[in-house]
Design a protein around this ligand. Structure first.
Ligand code: KIV
Ligand code: ZN
Length: 539
């Protein structure tokens, strides 16, 4: 008889970070890892140390922090396990273990594909070779670490008899968790449930390990497939915040957890997640990755609890359960929007940040408080969203190559727009003037003159984060190295994109800050930079 506890394995920092353009700095990953600890996840997959020196550094930093420093507010008893991914090779496994060395509860997660297509076309290995490699590498990982997870990649399309043999061998070699990935999001809930049930019935020794599900969302079925796998006896679900991940993404943590909680009576399973942390964590991940959450996204979208039609509003006023199956406060969707003003002090700011799930270092609090005071002087009331925008700016601060000093713009109908920009760069303060088709175009041309790197702007988005014409505008940009570079970003050697965020009551200033942050990331990633690849810095 298996118990009713579902372990939540969060892979936002590994599979999620594989989303096109979602790369994060080590500081941002650490911030997300702390938020995941507060959220109460059981396992944090911190990265893939063999992929790059940056990945290694991020896993190491998380291993040094999570489970070591106290986590105020964590409701789950045990600290999260910190996990690192490794291909089934000695070098990858050693690298993963090295990155995990300081972790209190380390886990090595190794994988090898088991579908005929992957073995033939990608690995060029026979079935016998795959069986041998799994036995050898799981045992090798187990010799380094007591907690070993094995994933047969593309299990969803693997031939069941062969898959069962692979899993049996992995158990014999010492795996403690067997994760079953639907790598390409191909299966339907009935098929995926049957796959897990078949594994539980047919693999000798399966009762000694935890069976896990890892579903991708190519057909929009990831959460449904994960639920089907859990109903069939899996007791770990691999998920990401906001469902980010390769291609269409992974099973979304917030959706799966809230489905288990809201339908607990019919499903009969539980998790250790503090659901009031879901919205703050979602916002943090969105801000760090630059991936915007669609307004109608279940649980964490801006409209998830908004009622527009008159009939619905009428029903809501009479009884909230007429149109709400969950309470907004249960997922941390704050109703109190307007809270701070120019007379609010540091303690009030800190208390508000805490409610938003943000904890900053003392120096970062000082800077954020100074920015908050500036903003409160310009606006009467500073909202949660304004604060989020300020904190987001703060998150990546780490010695940017170019810092914003000031901007003047002339625009209107009387001719081309003109911008005069001052930046502080490696050689000190410098000024550039440029003309453009509009104020943002002129300002970006001035940035290009001063920064002097070749980049292509691939995305530019502006949104008002609060209501009112004095709201803070938030700008997100994405750039790619070189002129007219490939449209599809790739890992490992091919062009990557760098995102930047800027927030200001002046959207041209916000645009310049965002553009500069992205270019600073690009500069930091350039060969010869000590920061390695895909780092981004705030200005
Ligand atoms: O989707 C997948 O197959 C993976 C494995 C590495 C578990 O992410
Ligand atoms: Zn995956």
């Amino acid at each position: 008889m298996i118990d009713d506890y579902v372990r939540i394995f969060d892979t936002t920092l590994r599979d999620g970070e594989q989303s096109p353009g979602a790369s994060m700095t080590t500081a941002q990953k650490l911030e997300v890892a702390r938020a995941l600890s507060r959220l109460g996840v059981d396992v944090i997959e911190a990265g893939f140390p063999a992929a790059s020196p940056d990945d290694f550094a991020a896993v190491r930093a998380i291993a040094e922090t999570v489970g070591v420093e106290p986590v105020p507010g964590r409701t789950s008893e045990a600290p999260p396990v910190v996990c690192a991914l490794a291909r089934a090779t000695r070098a990858d496994i050693e690298r993963a273990f090295e990155a995990l060395r300081p972790a209190k509860h380390p886990r090595i997660h190794t994988f090898l594909a088991t579908s005929d297509l992957h073995m033939r076309a990608k690995l060029r290995m026979s079935r016998e070779q795959v069986l041998e490699r799994v036995a050898e590498m799981v045992a090798f990982a187990r010799a380094h670490c007591a907690d070993v997870e094995f994933s047969p990649e593309d299990a969803g399309r693997s031939e069941p008899d062969f898959l069962w043999r692979v899993l049996e061998i992995a158990i014999r070699a010492g795996a403690t968790t067997l994760n079953i990935p639907d790598t390409v999001g191909y299966t339907t809930p009935e098929e995926f449930g049957a796959l897990i049930a078949g594994i539980r019935e047919r693999v000798p020794g399966i009762e000694r390990v935890v069976v896990s599900v890892h579903c991708h969302d190519d057909l929009g079925l990831a959460v449904a497939n994960s639920l089907a796998g859990l109903r069939a006896g899996a007791r770990q679900a691999e998920v990401t915040i906001n469902g980010i991940g390769e291609r269409a993404g992974n099973s979304s943590l917030e959706e799966l957890v809230m489905a288990l909680r809201t339908r607990a009576r019919s499903i009969g399973l539980r998790t250790g997640i503090d659901t009031t942390q879901l919205v703050p964590t979602s916002r943090l991940v969105s801000a760090c990755t630059g991936i915007v959450v669609q307004p109608n996204k279940a649980i964490v979208g801006a409209n998830a609890f908004a009622h527009e039609s008159g009939i619905h509003q009428d029903g809501m006023l009479k009884h909230a359960e007429t149109y709400e199956i969950m309470r907004p406060e249960d997922v941390g969707a704050s109703h109190t929007n307007l809270v701070l003003g120019k007379h609010s002090g540091r303690a009030a700011l800190l208390a508000r940040l805490e409610t938003l799930g943000r904890r900053l270092e003392p120096a970062a609090v000082d800077r954020t408080f100074a920015r908050f005071k500036e903003l409160a002087d310009k606006k009467k009331l500073v909202t949660d969203a304004d604060l989020e925008a300020l904190v987001q700016e703060e998150l990546g601060v780490s010695a940017p190559a170019f810092a914003f000093v000031g901007l003047e713009v002339r625009c209107g109908t009387g001719g081309p727009s003109q911008a005069r920009l001052e930046l502080c760069g490696p050689g000190g303060a410098r000024v550039a003037e440029a003309q453009g088709a509009g104020p943002v175009d002129a300002a970006f041309k001035a940035v290009d003159q001063l920064v002097g790197v070749s980049a292509t702007l691939v995305e530019y988005r502006v949104q008002a984060v609060t209501a009112g014409i004095d709201a803070v505008g938030e700008v997100a940009v994405r750039v790619r190295a070189g002129q007219g570079a490939a449209v599809h970003p790739q890992r490992d050697g091919l062009p990557r994109s760098f995102h930047g965020h800027g927030a200001d009551t002046d959207i041209v200033v916000a645009s310049v800050k965002a553009y500069l942050q992205a270019l600073n990331g690009l500069c930091a990633a350039a060969p010869g930079s000590s920061e390695g690849d895909h780092a981004a810095y705030a200005v």
